[in-house]
Structure formats: structure tokens, C-alpha cells
Design a protein around this ligand. Structure first.
Ligand code: AMP
Ligand code: FE
Ligand code: FE
Ligand code: ZN
Length: 350
């Protein structure tokens, strides 16, 4: 892989144009480093803690822990980006990707707060949909890593998706209010702050108002995609997203492809079409996947040459799942980095 392992000091990084300059309104520029060779011990595996899929620590080699899907307050997580990287270190992670919904706004803050020994992979979880024949449409999430945050087309798409989410959040609140459910847009907007608005923010407001006891209860009914209050957000056509992320030098992964609890999922033939359109990886181990799902997607990945990933999809206090609950093997991580083609790819390391 085109790995470079030289640290780029802040001043040099700024001089050589490698600096990351707050692409979506986050904090200021920070030191960056080019993708680095993976320097991990031999004991490792993809898997989830509960499944025992990952190898246990041996006497000499510590198990390497890589979590490539997390959310901060830049979208619908509850840790700030700085808190998230500190939590990642405390959880014993070696590599963490920050993948907030439809934004890159958290990257700079996370990079600036990166604890020693932790690597940050900047990414975004893009709101996408597959559009099939006869008006068929299935919403899905595409992870884009290591893409150029200044790519104009992708930047415009992120902005469009975020703006749509605000209007859609207001529309869901209006629907709830019309039925006498005491939730206000002002409070939801306050909870979201500068971050990408999502249903979890509405869920928090519903919990605060005493309408429900938990986010799980809110998502089981009022906020479900099958609820009468639900309003769809704008999505990128997944094939457009694959093309734009690849054109911006990034690598892609299909997030939780079999998370049926959230709504309909696409069939294997769509995954094959996505692979043919440049998809790099796919989440096999994810908290929303059953063991049968994991076995199935693992086979699909092997057949299509997709890189198999495992990730927690951590959302802080908004979800019960912990950082590192599911992890990616160093081999898969190295494969993913090797696919990156951005002219100034960035992985933040300390
Ligand atoms: P949205 O992106 O606004 O459509 O909202 C979907 C988000 O809500 C996703 O990021 C999910 O991770 C999150 N979500 C789904 N179910 C739950 C739940 N039961 N509790 C908390 N967050 C959830
Ligand atoms: Fe989320
Ligand atoms: Fe997702
Ligand atoms: Zn996610």
C-alpha cells in the first residue's frame, strides 16, 4: 500500500497543504499525518465482544482494536468529538473512525484532541437510497472514509443532506404536535446544536417531556420509520455517492446492510451492483446484525471481494452499545487504507 509513516508537524502540514481546515464548520486546522503502515501485533480478528469473534489477549501480543463507525455531537452522538477520542483511548482502541451523519465537522476537533497511541480515521456516514424499478426505494447508509473534505460536489451534497434533515426534523415535530404530543422544535434544535439533526434529538426531547422513558421506546413507536409521524429525509442515490466518494479519493463501506429493524434492506443483487460500482467494504459485525446475518454477509463479502468490517456504531448515551463492541481486523483495515487514492489522504495519528 502507499503508506507513509513520517509525522508531519503542524507547521509543515500547513505549508504542504496537508492541513484539514474545518470542512463543515468545525474547529480550526490541526496537525495531520499521511496514512501510516499498520504496526500491530499478530493477535487480532474481526468480531463483536459478545460473540467472542475477536481473539483474546495472548501473553505477549495485545489484541488490536479497531472501531470504524462512531458518532459524536457533530451528529446524533452524545460525546463531543474530543470526548469521543478520549473515550476511545479509555476503551483500549488503537484506531477509531469518526463517521457522523452527513458531515465532516467533527474531524478537526477529534484530531486536535487525539490521545497518544490512538489513530483517527476521518469519515462520514452518508444518507443514501437505492432506487429500483417501478418506484422501488430502500434507504441505506454508506460510510465514506479518507475522502477529500474540500471536494466541492461532495461538500454540496453534505450540506444538502443536512439542510433536508432540519426541515424533516421540524416536519416530524409538527406531526407529533398536531396529535398533542408536547415536543417543540426549539428544544430539538437546541439539543442538536451545530450538529446534523437526527431522530435521536427528537427522541431526547420526548424523553425530557416525559412522553417516553427511553430512546428505544421512542424509536419503537413514535419515531419508527413505520410511524404515521415519520417523514423521509433527502438521500443521495447510492451509486452517485459511490462515484463522488471515490472521485474525492475516499474509500467506501456499506453500513449495517442487514439492519432490518430500521426498515427494509436491499438484496444481495444490489450489493453486487454496489461492488461493481466501486464499493470497497461492508459491515459484517454490527450490533444490529444477528449471527445468521453476519454469516451471510461474510459469505457475500468473500464472493464479491468486499473488505469485511466490524464496528460498534457508537452513539454515546443515545445507544447502549459501547465503543469497540464490534471491531475490524488489522488486515481488513490495511486493505481499506490501501484502496485510498486521495491526493492528500489523511489519517490522524499521534
Ligand atoms: P435519522 O438519521 O434521523 O433517520 O435517525 C436514525 C438514527 O437513529 C440512526 O443513526 C440510528 O443509529 C439512530 N437510532 C435508531 N434506533 C435507535 C434507538 N432505538 N435508540 C437510539 N438511536 C436509534
Ligand atoms: Fe445515528
Ligand atoms: Fe447508520
Ligand atoms: Zn452510524
Amino acid at each position: 500500500m502507499a503508506a507513509v509513516s513520517t509525522v508531519v508537524p503542524l507547521a509543515a502540514a500547513l505549508d504542504c497543504g496537508l492541513a484539514l481546515c474545518a470542512p463543515d464548520g468545525g474547529a480550526g486546522p490541526t496537525a495531520v499525518r499521511a496514512p501510516t503502515a499498520v504496526r500491530f501485533g499478530p493477535v487480532s480478528a474481526r468480531g463483536c465482544a459478545a460473540s467472542g469473534g475477536a481473539a483474546g489477549p495472548g501473553p505477549y501480543a495485545r489484541r488490536v482494536r479497531i472501531d470504524l463507525h462512531t458518532h459524536s455531537t457533530a451528529s446524533d452522538g452524545t460525546d463531543t468529538p474530543a470526548e469521543l477520542v478520549r473515550q476511545a483511548k479509555a476503551a483500549g482502541l488503537d484506531v477509531v473512525a469518526l463517521t457522523d451523519h452527513d458531515t465532516a465537522a467533527g474531524w478537526a476537533e477529534a484530531a486536535a484532541a487525539l490521545p497518544a497511541g490512538l489513530t483517527l480515521v476521518p469519515g462520514t456516514e452518508f444518507s443514501c437510497a437505492w432506487f429500483g424499478p417501478n418506484g422501488a426505494r430502500v434507504g441505506l447508509h454508506l460510510l465514506g472514509y479518507l475522502y477529500d473534505p474540500d471536494d466541492a460536489e461532495l461538500q454540496a451534497e453534505r450540506r444538502r443532506l443536512r439542510e433536508s434533515r432540519r426541515g424533516r426534523g421540524q416536519a416530524i415535530v409538527n406531526n407529533l404536535r398536531a396529535d398533542g404530543i408536547p415536543v417543540t422544535w426549539e428544544r430539538v434544535a437546541e439539543l442538536a446544536g451545530d450538529g446534523t439533526v437526527g431522530r435521536p434529538h427528537i427522541g431526547q426531547a420526548l424523553v425530557e417531556a416525559g412522553v417516553v422513558d427511553s430512546l428505544d421506546e421512542a424509536f419503537a413507536d413514535l419515531l419508527s420509520s413505520r410511524s404515521k409521524y415519520y417523514v423521509r429525509k433527502a438521500d443521495m442515490d447510492v451509486f452517485v455517492a459511490l462515484r463522488l466518494i471515490n472521485a474525492a479519493g475516499g474509500v467506501t463501506a456499506f453500513a449495517h446492510p442487514l439492519a432490518r429493524r430500521r426498515g427494509p434492506v436491499v438484496g444481495d443483487e444490489v450489493i453486487a451492483d454496489m461492488a461493481a460500482a466501486g464499493l470497497d467494504g461492508i459491515e459484517v459485525d454490527h450490533p444490529d446484525h444477528s449471527f445468521a446475518d453476519r454469516a451471510h454477509i461474510s459469505d457475500v463479502a468473500a464472493n464479491l471481494g468486499l473488505i469485511p468490517l466490524g464496528s460498534s456504531d457508537y452513539h454515546g448515551r443515545n445507544k447502549a452499545v459501547r465503543l469497540g463492541a464490534c471491531t475490524t481486523s488489522p488486515e481488513a483495515y490495511a486493505d481499506l487504507l490501501a484502496r485510498n487514492t486521495a491526493s492528500s489522504p489523511i489519517v490522524f495519528t499521534t
